[in-house]
Write a protein that binds this ligand. Sequence first.
Ligand SMILES: [Zn+2]
Length: 276
Amino acid sequence: MKHVFIVGGTHGNEWTGITIVNHLQHRILKSPKLNLEFVHANPKAFEINKRFVDIDLNRVFAPVHQNQNLKAYEYTRAQELIGKFNEKPDGFIIDIHTTTGNMGATLILSQDELWHKQLALFVSQKLPDVKVIFAIDHSKKYVATQLTHGAIIEVGPCSSSVNNPIVIDQTIELCNVILEFIASEAKPQGSFEYYIEKEEIHYPLVDGKLAAMVHPKLQNKEFIPLKKGDPLFYHFDGRTQSFEGDKVYYPIFINEAAYYHYNIAMVMCEKHRMTV
Ligand SMILES: [Zn+2]
């Protein structure tokens, strides 16, 4: 039997994963080949209906691995989760997230071993509308990279602290295809399209305060190519700031609510195709 951790609520105000873990386990694929363990990653953050209590749980695993002396709640929680995952070192992690960005259903992979590429191909063949993003996590700071085999589901647009039934359905569908891949031990061959994160774009600031917002022509335009001269920001003084890069980029997480905390307006990706 293969052990699969299905993780919801890494971010306490992303209700989709929490609702699946707490109430909709019956809609997750059952297979005699799979042993499913549902994990509510950050219950205290959910109690206060915030992304996190002290610090973002999906960024803290790297310092925990470095044995830094850390006091925040999420460090303790990360240590508990590492202990749980390490009981099943050959297991699989599926970490469920939502985004306020207009991302649709996306599969984010933070490792790039053959297994991850085969998973991406399998998902692309079964669910052609799902976008695949490689965001390699060298420092192992994410929940999903705590075991060799992990994947992140990210679906949007979804408001924080909302059960959006469309988003929940998309999430369950993608989760079940990932589980089908794990159970089947399929070794698909072929090629698939994927995006790779290259660069974060920050909001313009004046005296440390926001001076612009995402340009209306860019809002909701995830995965649509952005070229030199295309509108990027609308400055509060009425000026349009254009994209000045020389390469064509595909923006994602445009105007993501949680990223204002980091002053990130969007993440630029390149689009590629891979054969496995
Ligand atoms: Zn999240």
